[in-house]
Design a protein around this ligand. Sequence first.
Ligand code: LLP
Length: 401
Amino acid sequence: MINFRELASKYKTPLYIYDLDYMTKQYEELKEAFKGRKSLLAYAIKSNSNLSVINHFAGLGSGADCVSIGEVRRAFLAGIPSYKIIFSGVGKSDEEIREAIEKDILYINVESEAELGRVELIAKELGSVCRISVRVNPNIDPLTHPYISTGLHDNKFGVDIDTAKRMYICANNSEHLDPVGIHFHIGSQLTELKPIYESAEIVADMVRSLQNIKIELKFFDIGGGLGVTYKDEATIKPYDYAQAILGTLRGLDLTVICEPGRFLTANAGYFLTKVLYEKKNGAKRFVVIDGGMNDLLRPSLYKAYHKIEAITESKSSLSEADVVGPVCESGDFFAKDCLLPILEHNDLLVVHSAGAYGFGMGSNYNTRGRSAEVAIKGGAAKLIRRREEFEDLVALEKDFI
Ligand code: LLP
């Protein structure tokens, strides 16, 4: 049991708290599901990019899935070996591609023909050979929130099968490209197995058709996307997920790479806040807390549900309230019509499932410093990022006035 009162008094609020032991449990369960096959879990750093969190996964043997050179640098800093690092994303700059090639990472996931051309040119300039994989867009509806759906032709991600085939032929004929993998990632917070299975079938068939023209790949990268329970969603069991994927690889000797983010981190994280005020506008009740949408954007951006728990002595009956932050936007809310007792100044509210896409999507909007982050391992809490102070926020501007 996490002692939220103690953490609030020691580290102040708002505060992110991560249970590293829970992350280990999730990692081990997923890794175990792929046993009997060569596999690599490449933690999707974007879900929670604190160096201590990445370093924790490095210690478990994880690789890293990165979407910017900044994330690649984080992976290196946190101790992930180069041969376990993947670099994806639709818009890599020349500088990012150059650095990734120089750092000799496992492969660059290429998302367009134009990008393949840039990667080849830069590898040539460096006198190098770049390992690549192509991100295939299988045009399958992942049945998730439209903002986190990525596997339809309407989405900007990856390339269609015909384009992918042309890219493999081009890469195979190039002295500076080495096509080693194939990749798909159809969306996030997936709770249905069927679209994943159907995508894997399409991509596995593509691997077979490449074999027919003597292009042999080594890595079958299935992206991330495994959903978690925020409220009462039924989720996909890692074992069923792995079995469905492995079933599509009949006769293929490939290392499976999986890029989990949310599955590992979401329910390991809590966002701890303090009640500032209760207020009413007419009949409408609001609980105003000291954390805002700049700390946790998901409810505002996706209307995402996060369970809210009150830590209070209050014995009052429950009534509906909107839990809102101090930011000057009506969209600055954590929950609508949430059943809560009447709360006092300094009571605590814990926002659950905040370990994935929480801190990382934060900002300094309204000149609010980002929260501190604390990790708990074996019952012991440790500060892993200090709170941002006003001086931090103006440091890069002060010399210009
Ligand atoms: N691999 C690739 C190529 C990805 O684009 C992503 C997530 C992942 C792996 C990890 O997906 P996960 O296992 O975490 O579902 N901000 C949104 C989620 C955006 C996901 C972006 N890509 C949210 O708060 O729900």
